[in-house]
Design a protein around this ligand. Structure first.
Ligand SMILES: C[S@@+](CC[C@H](N)C(=O)[O-])C[C@H]1O[C@@H](n2cnc3c(N)ncnc32)[C@H](O)[C@@H]1O
Length: 291
């Protein structure tokens, strides 16, 4: 089969689920990853054929895409902060906006100009994409990632050879013993999608990515932020910084959780589209909040 035909037919099949440019983009990505061709090989070398023996693998991958499975699960990898993370069913695919949180975290740690290794706590770590990116960008950083899901932690632990420690714990259990603090930075991208927002979500997310990673009850959408605030009260050092990703519809309310918990310099930070997407907060200098 000609590569050009596979791309044309594959894109046509995927158009039942995705807008046309996205459908084509997904097939091109499949071919790039599985065959090592470029996005334009089939144009500049139109006689290029898909090797016979690779066809079953490509067809199987295309069938998974047509069933709505995210391409990152099909390929087993997701790009994040210029690195490739292993992902699959049971762990959230890292999102581009979370790269902004990592950039802010790295900038914050650099600006601290510590004369020792910075210490970072990542709550709700999932694939470990935040924890690993910070650990690999700030070479001597000591990073601990926490998640309740053993499946997610299995992915987090195998991303790269050496780096963060990953610990299983329920972040909502805020008074548990945790003998690892204090930290200079607490980061978190917790579940924050409201149950009632399900209707606006696409099937490739809803049917495939774990509910545990996404949803919070409509009547208690800020539960994870209250929990993160409590972890930060207990384990952030005086002058330490917190950074959380948030639901864009709840910017002021989420910031208020951290103000009410006694943090200073609490502010919303925007994403690529100028929407409230993060909250940054700080422990008062000379004073841990441990009430
Ligand atoms: C939005 S995902 C974020 C994953 C990753 N940090 C990222 O940015 O891609 C939220 C994560 O919170 C975890 N989680 C859900 N409930 C939790 C709980 N009670 N305690 C700890 N982790 C929890 C999920 O397993 C999931 O990995």
């Amino acid at each position: 089969m000609l590569l050009a035909d596979f791309i044309r037919d594959g894109a046509a099949r995927l158009e039942k689920l995705y807008p046309s440019p996205e459908a084509r983009g997904l097939v091109l990505m499949l071919c790039r990853e599985l065959l090592g061709v470029t996005n334009y090989t089939h144009v500049v070398e139109p006689r290029t054929a898909v090797p016979e023996e690779r066809l079953p693998e490509l067809e199987a991958a295309l069938a998974r895409l047509c069933a709505g499975e995210p391409i990152q699960y099909v390929l087993g990898v997701a790009e994040f902060c210029d690195r490739r993370f292993v992902v699959g069913p049971g762990v959230l695919v890292p999102r581009p906006e979370t790269e902004l949180l990592v950039a802010e975290a790295v900038r914050t740690l650099q600006e601290m100009e510590l004369d020792r290794a910075p210490r970072v706590l990542d709550l709700c770590t999932g694939s470990g994409c935040i924890a690993w990116s910070i650990a690999l960008d700030i070479r001597d950083a000591e990073v601990i990632g926490v998640d309740v899901s053993e499946t997610a932690l299995d992915y987090a632990r195998k991303q790269f050879p050496q780096g963060p420690s990953f610990i299983q714990a329920d972040v909502l259990d805020t008074e548990q013993a945790f003998p690892y603090g204090p930290f200079d930075l607490v980061v978190s991208n917790p579940p924050y999608v409201l149950e009632r927002e399900r209707t606006q979500m696409r099937p490739n997310v809803l049917d495939w990515e774990p509910d545990l990673a996404l949803f919070v009850p409509d009547d208690d959408p800020l539960r994870f932020y209250r929990a993160v605030a409590r972890w930060a009260q207990r384990f952030l050092r005086p002058g330490g910084v917190g950074l959380v990703e948030i639901n864009e519809a709840l910017g002021p309310e989420t910031a208020e959780v951290f103000r009410a918990a006694g943090f200073k310099n609490v502010r919303n930070l925007p994403d690529f589209y100028q929407k409230d997407r993060f909250v940054r907060f700080q422990t008062p200098d000379n004073q841990a909040i441990n009430n």
